[in-house]
Design a binder for this molecule. Structure first.
Ligand code: ATP
Ligand code: MG
Length: 383
């Protein structure tokens, strides 16, 4: 008999012929999450077993597993051999005060009893040993799960801790995430990583208008979300010259609109270099002037091939804040450092930019030269 942690997956069940690709990727990601902890992880058919760890590490293992996309549930379980006597022996010592039920899952069809038979046998054993226990199959206080697996091992546990859900990171193509220091973009990263996308970060800084601390804040955010996004690199591009040139040559109210078009173009260039296949932003419909349909049309227009994913587009700010708190980015995001978007901020930004007029305004700039200079300024930070 030993303590293990048992993991079940979720949506991977829906996969057909290529299911083993997802199953193996999930095992790889589980090992990645547990890197540095003395333990082993293995897969047996549709279950993953974490074993051979020091009991003092159990909580931290569960905590780390909660960041792994693709996991449906995590259970602290007892592993015993699949025999009726062993199961009875173990269940004799279960202490229950109140209502309970036994829920058997028999994946090993060679096991000597059916699920129903074992439920009633073990229910009887528990009743015999616990005078205050009572069976309630509809709304029990406690459920005893008995999972009889094909490896002739049985796992007994009391609770399914809900996992992060989603698909294993790396199961989709890689993406490049526009990461500001705000609340939204780290949440956008979390959301899209949940669909299996591994991310590389891209941040625009405007020295000396923005500070070293503002950059460090983004690095910190990238580190906080790394367990979810597997982000290994954050690219920082200098946006100063672009902003200065827009400020100098274009009408004030076009500042944000034009900036966003530069951001998209640079993101697409960088994506081409690193093999990313999508751009991800934290835009949210209607949240600010740059996030109206017309503004988004204007910035969307400049990307040539890549799709731009906006996982937060239909979310309310309070829903986004709730996730930011849950993933631990909120406190860092609200630190008050300038972002490049707040530099040269016009008093009245365009809310509904007209695409033709935007293009006319942009024609006053050496777009290609500015992009080239920005690309040459790239700093690569390991996360
Ligand atoms: P956030 O909270 O993510 O900063 P926001 O509400 O401040 O978002 P905007 O400033 O309009 O909104 O930015 C929209 C999106 O554009 C951001 O979510 C992010 O993806 C991208 N973005 C904005 N500023 C930067 C920046 N300095 N570097 C990289 N991406 C940025
Ligand atoms: Mg912002």
């Amino acid at each position: 008999m030993k303590n293990v942690i048992m993991i079940k997956y979720g949506e991977i069940y829906l996969k057909g012929n290529n299911r083993s690709f997802f199953e193996n990727l999930l095992l790889k990601n589980i090992k990645y999450a547990l890197y540095g902890i003395n333990t082993t992880a293995k897969r047996f058919r549709t279950r993953y077993i974490i074993e051979n760890y020091d009991s003092k590490d159990e909580d931290i293992i569960v905590e780390k597993l909660l960041t792994v996309f693709g996991i449906y549930s995590i259970s602290r379980a007892i592993e015993i051999d699949s025999s009726k006597d062993e199961i009875i022996d173990f269940c004799k010592n279960i202490q229950i005060d109140g209502t309970f039920k036994v829920d058997t899952n028999r994946a090993d069809k060679t096991f000597e009893m059916s699920s129903m038979e074992l439920n009633s046998l073990i229910g009887g054993v528990i009743l015999d040993n616990n005078p205050n226990a009572k069976v309630d199959v509809h709304k029990p206080n406690q459920t005893i799960y008995i999972d009889i697996r094909e490896n002739h091992k049985t796992y007994i546990y009391y609770k399914n801790i809900l996992g992060a859900g989603g698909m294993p990171v790396g199961s989709s193509a890689d993406g490049i995430a526009l990461l500001s220091g705000g609340i939204d973009s780290p949440v956008a990263c979390f959301k899209i990583a949940k669909r299996g996308m591994r991310l590389t970060g891209l941040h625009f800084a405007s020295y000396p208008y923005t500070s070293e601390q503002a950059k460090q804040k983004v690095v910190e955010l990238a580190k906080i979300i790394k367990p979810y996004t597997h982000m290994r690199t954050l690219y920082v591009v200098s946006f100063t010259q672009i902003q200065e040139q827009i400020h100098k040559n274009c009408k004030d109210e076009y500042m944000i609109t034009l900036m966003r078009r530069f951001m998209m173009r640079i993101a697409e260039r960088l994506a081409g270099k690193i093999g990313a296949k999508a751009i991800v932003t934290g835009e949210d419909l209607g949240q600010v002037a740059s996030q109206t349909v017309e503004s988004i049309t204007s910035s969307n227009f400049v990307t040539e091939v890549l799709p731009v994913f906006r996982p937060l587009i239909a979310m309310d700010k309070n829903e986004i804040v709730d996730i930011a708190k849950q993933i631990g980015t909120f406190e860092t995001s609200i630190l008050p450092f300038e972002d490049c978007c707040t530099v040269f901020l016009p008093k009245y930004p365009l809310i509904k930019p007209n695409l033709k007029k935007v293009q006319e305004e942009e024609d006053k700039l050496d777009v290609e030269g500015l992009i080239e200079n920005a690309m040459n300024s790239i700093e690569e930070i390991k996360i």
